[in-house]
Design a protein around this ligand. Sequence first.
Ligand code: TXA
Ligand code: MG
Length: 334
Amino acid sequence: MIVDGQDQRNINKASELLKAGELVIFPTETVYGLGADALNIESLEKVFALKARPKWDPLIVHLSDISKLEQFVEAVPDKALKLAEKFWPGPLTLVLRKKKIVPDLVTGGRETVAIRVPRNPVAQSLLRQFGGAIAAPSANRFQQLSPTTALSAFEALGKPNVMVLDGGPCEVGLESTVVMIEEKATKILRPGGISREDIEQITGQSELNLGVAAEAPESSESPGQSSFHYAPRTPLKLVDLTDIKELILRKGNKRLALVAIGPNEHVERLRDRVEIHYLSKGEHDLVTAAANLYETLRIIDTKGFDFIICLRAPESGLGLAINDRMKKAQHGYF
Ligand code: TXA
Ligand code: MG
């Protein structure tokens, strides 16, 4: 059932449910999460079951504030601490060496654990009321689109018998940036709500480490980044503007939806052939575009198109994460 996340009585109830080993769906600034007590194995089992998620794909542990970090991780590298101080609470996840207390089920048996402090006020209230750590993957079935509203979270998980705290639409709309600090390198395992440029302001440099052999994601550094992910049911392709015309011609009389960042004269010329879905009103407004991406894809998915064509965003700022998600959503015959 969906309840008002701003009502403290619902926060209290949700916290009690978590303590009793139940799951709670709650908003974060990135996407809605499916939360469980991070130290309760039975609750964690329920998360994997409801999501139909393989056990090798580890979960992110959510904390109310940075002071709780030392309970769960060994010494924090200097750069990681600087990133945390700069971007927490916010859409940044740090992969750090775990303490024994963190169950293997959270980390997929790894020596590291992914931690983040979200800034969404409902998430903050829940974490403070609960007092402990909440493990939460995005509230969707494995490999499908992440939900950015309470209703789409509820539906994405098949309307489960789980409390959904409604906090309105998510502010960022894309998952957190997952970062791993090594002695010599800062690795971005998943681009997200904090841009690479912002990370590099603190760390000086970074490497993108998104490549995953689709055959062996469990042994990868970023297991959740397998090459197919975040996908609507409708076949989807990510293209450059220069290739769009040819693609449309090839598709004869198929029903096509085109997703683009914002109004643009080149795209407008295709209007008689495709249904255009702009993610923002401005051609360069990547922040608004990111916030609208998943919900736009979800709505298009209900409209019976034969194909979705996504126009590549510029690779800067949030464009990197937008392109990453559209690329991983690609599937189907083209
Ligand atoms: O914005 C977000 O991060 C959302 C909200 C709910 O916080 N959560 C989220 O969780 O996107 P999930 O489970 O959908 O994605 C977690 C990502 C996966 O790519 C996973 O492989 C990676 O984090 N991850 C988790 N633990 C890791 C670890 N120890 N080492 C490397 N990657 C890890
Ligand atoms: Mg996910």
